[in-house]
Design a protein around this ligand. Structure first.
Ligand code: GDP
Length: 455
């Protein structure tokens, strides 16, 4: 395998920058461009040397650096690896990168260091995926869940289910190999019990995905309301800062804006419907259609009404649209008016109703409390069991479960035992894809392409 190099820290000016190099020729290349202050010391793994990076063609000093050494197999990639800690200027880092390239390294692809860690057997695929999740985590809770996965908790669970299946297979194999000893009723019962047990474990993992999705993607929230109800003011109050008003025109594609806030450790992905206006009749229809679509796709709708006025026909349409959703009704502008009885009658559709003033930023906490209750956030936080956050893993678990179901049906129908064996093997193979067994090159490529450079 080639020796790869990349700038591992974010681009831009910073205190220090890290250029990372991994592969057989790593130290040979480093030797050409790095002059340690103390040249007598032979570098050992997990040590740091101080010195200068020089351009071997001109002997010009490029930067004063610290180099960390990792000797194979005890490195991130299990290969010889070094990290050059330079000053964080873009020009300096680029120059060091170029010197590595000129002297025999090739530019790493995104995620290639982690891909090598996977290919060289240091981590499995689900652990590699956890690395991306840690890099992209929006909340502490999400990062902690990914950290558990990186530690191998998911792999352990999956492998224990696979082992259970393998043991079951060995029992079944006996009866296939010695058909003259017809499988006794008792062992058939055992197989059934074991299959049901595996199914239950898979089911639990699959069920955890709903929480996993919330953790990873956040609660997709949309704020709807007629013009001037106070949508932007509420968004600003929730973001706790004044955000520049973005003017959007009908016809432009970017007519919604996404922002994240954190409610008790869970991200709220707020989609602002700034683009929906009904100022002209011809776009009324588009406005309704857009609101409908956004409401349909949302996990949570915050419907905001101006409590100092009577509801208009748009407000009433909104009330109808949210009737079957997770929704919170917010009566805004409590500082200048109380809702009329007629309004209260209209909005009484079995959803929580909260009075606020977006302008004075009062009542906002009550919205958060309601969200916590609605999504059982405290329970998700306390639940220490394993949570599936990755769609690929969920699909594999679902596929495996289907195969186990098929095997159970085959048993019920008293079909030959060889068929059950095939179905169980299929299920185990599906599960194996989570940790990276029997996985196609394309899937691997797709997973690692989501990484950033230098990781
Ligand atoms: P949007 O069109 O729904 O986004 O509404 P805005 O947030 O732009 O608010 C419309 C107008 O109502 C602005 O003049 C706000 O200052 C005002 N407004 C918003 N919330 C309140 C509130 O709680 N009390 C009062 N008195 N005015 C508010």
């Amino acid at each position: 395998m080639s020796t790869i190099v990349a700038i591992s820290t974010a681009t831009g000016t910073s205190g220090i920058g890290i250029i990372r190099m991994s592969g057989k020729k790593c130290f040979e290349i480093l030797g050409k461009i790095f002059l340690p202050k103390n040249r007598k010391i032979e570098p050992k793994g997990y040590t740091i040397q101080y010195g200068n990076i020089i351009d071997p063609k001109t002997n010009v000093i490029i930067d004063e650096v610290l180099v960390s050494y990792f000797i194979e197999p005890r490195s991130y990639t299990k290969e010889n690896l070094c990290e050059i800690n330079s000053h964080g200027g873009t020009v300096v880092m680029r120059k060091i990168l170029e010197l590595c390239l000129e002297n025999g390294a090739v530019l790493a692809e995104p995620g290639e260091f982690t891909k090598r860690a996977f290919l060289n057997g240091r981590i499995d695929l689900s652990q590699a995926e956890a690395v991306i999740d840690i890099l992209n985590a929006k909340t502490e809770l999400e990062a902690q869940t990914a950290e558990k996965q990186l530690e191998g908790e998911l792999s352990k669970k999956i492998n224990s289910i696979i082992n259970q299946g393998v043991t079951l297979m060995s029992q079944i194999d006996v009866s296939i190999d010695y058909p003259e000893y017809d499988v006794e009723e008792i062992s058939k019962n055992n197989i059934k019990i074991e299959l049901n047990n595996i199914k239950q474990k898979l089911q639990e993992l699959e069920d955890s995905f709903d929480n996993g999705k919330l953790l990873k993607e956040g609660i997709k929230t949309v704020i709807v309301g007629t013009p001037n109800a106070g949508k932007s003011s509420l968004l600003n109050a929730m973001l706790k800062e004044e955000r520049a008003i973005v003017t959007e025109y009908e016809g432009t594609t970017r007519d919604t804006i996404e922002e994240y806030i954190t409610v008790n450790g869970i991200a709220l992905k707020i989609i602002d419907t700034a683009g929906i206006r009904d100022t002209e009749n011809k776009i009324e229809k588009i406005g309704i259609e857009k609101s409908k679509k956004l409401i349909e796709e949302a996990d949570l709708v915050i419907a905001i009404f101006d409590s100092s006025k009577e509801l208009n026909k748009w407000d009433k349409i909104i009330i109808k649209l949210i009737s079957y959703k997770n929704a919170i009704i917010v009566l805004n502008k409590e500082d200048i008016g109380k809702p009329s009885n007629e309004m209260l009658n209209c909005i009484e559709i079995g959803k929580p109703i909260i009075c606020i003033s977006a302008l004075r930023k009062t009542g906002i906490e009550k919205i958060y409390d309601e969200i916590k209750k609605m999504f059982d956030i405290d329970k998700i936080k306390q639940d220490s069991s394993l949570i599936i956050t990755n769609t690929r893993h969920k699909q594999a678990i679902k596929d495996a479960e289907e195969k186990i179901d098929e095997a159970l049906k085959t048993m019920e129908n008293k079909m030959p035992i060889d068929i059950i064996a095939i179905q169980i093997t299929d299920a185990l193979q599906k599960l194996g894809t989570i940790t990276g067994n029997n996985i196609s090159e394309d899937v691997i490529k797709d997973i690692f392409s989501k990484f950033c450079l230098g990781k």
